[in-house]
Design a protein around this ligand. Structure first.
Ligand SMILES: [Zn+2]
Ligand SMILES: [Zn+2]
Length: 537
């Protein structure tokens, strides 16, 4: 959910730019029924007239994914390179009623003037085309915001992170470096995308039968590497999955797939010989509706695999997704399908810099201030230490919502502003304070009992109470049914209430609810939710 604000000027006349507007994926376990998260941007929403622009560094979902949803609240012009603009446009097409976003295409290397900010796109290697660091110049100094990056001298597709460009910024004088921490806990340098391409080429060439490769849809270099490897050994590429289709379309428009054979739709798969096909699939994270998990269950309408075929995970399992990914791997292996992952072969590299790469960035830019970003607390802490060791005079530890003064004066944390999460729940967006998700979690844990009781004006029961329950076991350890226990608890409670009290619906509701929860807890060890409705007749 990347979203960084840079402000300039005295508080009352401060102007802002927003760098990136990303979304996150919620884990189903903690957030039942929710899969997407957006950053809470209420701080800048309240100042949207002073927001001069939204600058997109690159097209990964954690940098652009919230744009379509959040833009109507911000209404500032958006700047992005062609590939990112193309992906936002296709996303809008797939969301009916999407806003008409003011999208402006930026050519890397160009500068953009927005009030006091002059923003220059500085190309970097990463794992998606057209990734950029930003050189943000203001009258108070130059800030380098790296975005996501790595150093890859042979990136297979697109440009490299140019030492000369960053050295030139260093010579100009960098006030602050706001730098990616994702892989800073790892020593050394990351392998190259070209090494992965070579490994994939061998694995495709010596595969006895079909090959299916799953990767992050946005990794166009990887898609290109697979297509070239397939072409080299006379195999056709079949593209399966909506996200993959979308990226392939935009990448093709931008010229990143030129010179390759035409990709085939899933329907072509059945007509291709077993030794003449490579399927490119979505679903490397075990997403249940994506192509790979359906294929693993042998439930895909077009794509089937059988014993002796080879599946390559050209991806890394994002923490939290291990369970569904392992389930897929086990399904495939059980059916005699060979599975290859990055644990045994160099079939994936990260797009983020390891320690030695980060060290070089500090050496090139020589900042006065370091602000580690992109990462969990552990990564940020390791990065902060590391930056000090690189000789950076000021290291500021910031978390979500931290406002840092970079200049003038001693750089420091000056404020904390609201910066929570928003959740996409069905078709609505809810905030952290909304009770819907904690309530659903509670229901999932201990079920619910619903009771309706009719009481007349004299305080007498009119008919038997109606009881429904869900998510509660049928019987106790000693064999009684919970249904009977609930009925008895209701009857006892009502009998025990003086008639005057029975005419007070709220008192009846409270007493019955307490009794039911109490008896269930005594026999189950857990307390369900309990809704008691008293109707006066
Ligand atoms: Zn990112
Ligand atoms: Zn990225």
């Amino acid at each position: 959910m990347n979203a960084a604000l840079y402000g300039f000027g005295p508080e009352r006349r401060r102007k802002w730019i927003l760098v990136d507007c990303g979304m996150g994926f919620a884990s189903e376990e903690h957030m039942p029924g929710v899969d997407l998260m957006y950053p809470d941007l209420s701080f800048i929403e309240q100042r949207s007239e002073d927001l001069l622009g939204i600058i997109i560094t690159h097209a990964h979902e954690d940098h652009i994914g919230a744009l379509v949803e959040m833009w109507p609240r911000l209404r500032a012009p958006v700047y992005a390179t062609r590939f990112a603009v193309g992906l936002v446009e296709t996303r809008k097409l797939s969301e009916p009623g999407a806003p008409k976003i003011e999208l402006n295409e930026i050519v890397p290397g160009n500068r953009l003037q927005l009030g006091p900010f002059s923003v220059e796109y500085v190309p970097v290697s990463h794992s998606i085309p057209e990734s950029n660091a930003l050189a943000i110049r203001t009258p108070a100094g130059l800030v380098v915001h790296t975005g996501d990056w790595k150093i890859d001298p042979t990136p297979y597709l697109g440009g490299t992170t140019e030492e000369a460009a960053f050295r030139a910024l260093g010579d100009e004088g960098v006030l602050a470096l706001v730098c990616d921490s994702t892989n800073v806990v790892r020593d050394g340098v990351s392998p190259s995308e070209s090494d992965v391409a070579a490994a994939l080429k061998d694995l495709i060439a010596d595969a006895p039968h079909r090959v299916a490769i799953t990767t992050f849809a946005s990794n166009v270099a990887r898609i290109r590497a697979v297509a070239e490897a397939a072409k080299a050994c006379g195999r056709e590429v079949v593209v399966v999955g909506r996200a993959m289709d979308r990226v392939v379309g935009v990448a093709d428009d931008c010229g990143y797939l030129s010179g390759l054979n035409e990709f085939n739709p899933p329907q072509a798969y059945g007509y291709l010989d077993r030794s003449r096909v490579v399927a490119l699939l979505t679903g490397s994270q075990g997403e249940p509706r994506a192509a790979l998990s359906r294929i693993a269950e042998d439930e895909h309408p077009d794509i089937a695999l059988s014993a002796g075929d080879r599946v390559i995970f050209s991806s890394r399992t994002i923490p939290g997704n291990e369970t569904p990914v392992n389930a897929i791997i086990n399904n495939l292996v059980r059916r005699g399908i060979e599975v290859i992952t990055d644990r045994t072969h160099l079939v994936h590299v990260s797009g983020h810099p390891r320690k030695d790469e980060v060290a070089r960035m500090y050496a090139w830019t020589r900042p006065q201030v370091a602000v580690p970003v992109h990462g969990e607390d552990l990564h940020l802490a390791v990065h902060a230490d590391f930056a000090r060791k690189q000789g950076v005079p000021n290291v500021v530890r910031a978390r979500n919502g931290t406002m840092v003064r970079l200049a003038p004066g001693q750089p420091e944390v000056i404020e904390h502003v609201p910066a929570g999460r928003l959740y996409r729940d069905g078709d609505v967006i809810i905030g952290q304070a909304d009770k819907a998700i904690p309530e659903r979690r509670k229901l999932a844990f201990a079920g619910i009992v619903s009771v309706a009781i009719a009481i007349d004006q004299r305080g007498e029961l009119s008919g038997d109470p109606a009881v429904e329950h869900m998510g509660i076991p049928e019987r106790t350890r000693s064999g009684e049914t919970f249904a009977e226990l609930i009925d008895d608890a209701i009857a006892e409670t009502l009998n025990g209430l003086p008639r005057a009290r029975r005419r007070d619906p709220e008192a009846v509701e409270q007493a019955v609810s307490r009794a039911i929860r109490g008896v269930i807890r005594a026999h189950w060890g857990k307390k369900p939710a309990c809704h008691v409705l008293v109707v006066e007749v």
